[in-house]
Design a protein around this ligand. Sequence first.
Ligand SMILES: CC(C)(COP(=O)(O)OP(=O)(O)OC[C@H]1O[C@@H](n2cnc3c(N)ncnc32)[C@H](O)[C@@H]1OP(=O)(O)O)[C@@H](O)C(=O)NCCC(=O)NCCS
Length: 160
Amino acid sequence: MTPCPLTIDRIMTVMEAAFDPAYGEAWNRRQVNDALAMPSTHALVLNANGEPIEGSSHNGRDSIPAGFVLTRFAADEEELLLIAVAPEMRGRGLGEKLMQHFFDMAKSRGVNRIFLEMRRGNPAVHLYRKVGFEPIGQRPNYYRLSNGERIDAITFGRSL
Ligand SMILES: CC(C)(COP(=O)(O)OP(=O)(O)OC[C@H]1O[C@@H](n2cnc3c(N)ncnc32)[C@H](O)[C@@H]1OP(=O)(O)O)[C@@H](O)C(=O)NCCC(=O)NCCS
């Protein structure tokens, strides 16, 4: 399956602005393209009003990407791979809206358990806790930063 190039453009616009390079968490275009080429991977992009931007819509401001979520489905579980909101759009509930869309989409695929992994200390934990994720495990020293520092990965889960 060939992913929609416009969707990838929108994701990359947010990706390039949203992630702190110190942690190496942002994906490049190739990684996003390869992930979306798999039928198990899903993406959703929202505009500043929290509305999904789909396909080739060109409606001025309504088609400016403000946030996205990327997820991967396996059996009856779905993993949140990445979530991001453009820095100037944060703190307005878009992260929560992206999560709500993720929950709804996963439920519609028959999923009853969702999970995600984050580096210890990522402030995104406030959002994860707020929408009902609980820590379920950790991998000590899992991530390696460009300066050589190691950081634990924490796994969070939630039932739908
Ligand atoms: C994490 C992220 C998606 C949150 O997006 P957002 O649109 O600001 O989130 P919301 O406005 O929906 O916030 C939801 C709740 O989480 C809290 N929250 C979100 N980010 C927070 C932060 N950095 N520090 C403290 N609280 C935070 C909000 O205060 C809000 O709670 P409240 O309503 O009780 O105040 C955004 O900060 C981001 O893109 N970060 C960089 C990318 C990243 O690290 N993604 C996670 C790993 S893939």
